[in-house]
Design a protein around this ligand. Structure first.
Ligand SMILES: [Zn+2]
Length: 247
């Protein structure tokens, strides 16, 4: 077992992350806000454990790896790492996301920009023969006009976000069903409540702007109370793009 600041982790993780393992552990811990075991908030400098589940497999000629990471109180779970070899395609990934509104100041005043944040769990990477490990989520988004960003500053993200290709878009119905589609395939969907103030404000902003800022990437931390971009940005997987709203 190794300890990085206040986080205990299984040293076998180094075989997968290499020299940046301690940085990786510190990023995950800093981005976590609640214990994955008991659900209670994590306090500053509390003893924590990192639990990692890795699956490796081969689908067709392509090697893949999924990585699921959880931060827990040290008292709730001991640090650990499991490694599994799978036959065939990876298990289904789960989309996690949230909506928020950012204020953007321009010459006309402050505009409310609707944002859809989403990520896939566990993180899926793949390697074509002779190639590097590549994030599945990031490579799909980049091929449809999303762009990588290193900044976690929302004002800068808003300034630099570009429109994505026509193959990507966000459908928003009057009943509040929101769905991000790429090539007609659903990437993430969410039912908002048009009668709830926060959701209604988001739906109005989406209708007014005609586009939604999508923020995605591996290791994006999305909770009921907010969004943490730090780990995704530091690991070079943070992507953004303006997806047109289709009703
Ligand atoms: Zn706990």
């Amino acid at each position: 077992m190794r300890v990085t600041s206040n986080v205990a982790w299984d040293e076998r993780l180094e075989a997968f992350r290499g020299r940046d393992t301690t940085g990786f552990v510190a990023l995950l811990a800093a981005a976590a806000s609640a214990c994955a075991a008991c659900g209670l908030a994590l306090q500053h400098q509390e003893r924590l454990s990192l639990i990692v589940d890795i699956t490796e497999g081969r689908d067709g000629g392509i090697e893949y790896r999924t990585v699921d990471t959880r931060i827990c109180h040290g008292r709730c779970r001991a640090p650990g790492l499991t490694l599994r070899t799978a036959a065939g395609a990876p298990d289904e990934l789960t989309a996690r996301g949230g909506r928020l509104i950012l204020g953007h100041r321009d010459s006309s005043g402050i505009r409310a920009i609707p944002v859809l944040a989403y990520t896939l769990v566990p993180v899926l990477t793949f390697r074509e023969p002779g190639g590097e490990l590549t994030s599945a989520l990031v490579s799909i988004l980049l091929s449809h006009g999303f762009r990588l960003t290193l900044s976690t500053d929302y004002a800068e993200i808003l300034r630099n976000a570009r429109d994505v290709h026509n193959s990507a878009g966000c459908t928003v119905t009057e009943q509040g069903h929101v769905c991000l589609l790429i090539n007609g395939e659903q990437m993430y969907s969410r039912q908002l409540n048009p009668a709830a103030a926060g959701d209604a404000a988001w739906l109005q902003a989406a209708a007014r702007e005609g586009k939604v800022l999508v923020i995605s990437g591996d290791y994006l931390q999305i909770t009921g109370t907010g969004l943490n971009l730090d780990a995704a940005a530091a690991l070079g997987t943070l992507v953004t793009g303006n997806a047109p709203v289709r009703t």
